[in-house]
Design a protein. Structure first.
Length: 162
């Protein structure tokens, strides 16, 4: 007759029970780190001369990373937040509508045209075509393989730590 005895099953059960929670926490922490690194790359590379040169820095300063964990999902968002009206048209390109330009701080507009200084009480702008200058999607594309590799390594790292 064969007799089999298993020892350590309680410890294994406890480790397996703890693993699910630890893995969720590890994925959330990893997502936070990766999202912040992605946002930093957008700000320090793409919006500091690689794609767009900073004039006021408003677009660069508006880039934020947010990670939300909800039950079984973790969502990382890197986006322009706040009131930067030109953020989307720079990312995707597009056309602005024709519009009137009026003076704000004085009674007339002053500008150079044809090498001469011109003055006008109003100007009819015909609209502009803005080319795509992707700073968010391009950075994600560049870092996608490293992000996937970091996330794929998380279960094994977590198992070794539990």
């Amino acid at each position: 007759m064969l007799s089999l005895s298993l020892s350590g099953d309680d410890a294994l059960d406890a480790r397996l029970d703890a693993y699910a929670g630890a893995l969720g926490d590890a994925f959330a922490a990893k997502a936070e780190t990766l999202a912040q690194a992605l946002a930093d790359a957008v700000k320090l590379d793409k919006l500091s001369g690689q794609v767009l040169a900073a004039r006021s820095g408003a677009l660069r300063d508006s880039i934020e990373a947010e990670v939300a964990a909800d039950g079984d999902s973790i969502v990382a968002t890197i986006a322009s937040v706040g009131d930067v009206k030109y953020a989307a048209i720079q990312e995707y390109g597009g056309r602005t509508a024709a519009h009137e330009i009026l003076p704000v701080k004085g009674k007339v507009l002053a500008f150079l045209a044809g090498g001469a200084m011109r003055f006008a009480t109003r100007v009819e702008h015909p609209g502009s075509t803005i080319p795509e200058r992707s700073y968010l999607r391009a950075t994600l594309d560049e870092q996608a393989d490293a992000i996937v590799a970091a996330l794929a390594a998380t279960p094994q790292e977590t198992w070794g730590a539990t």
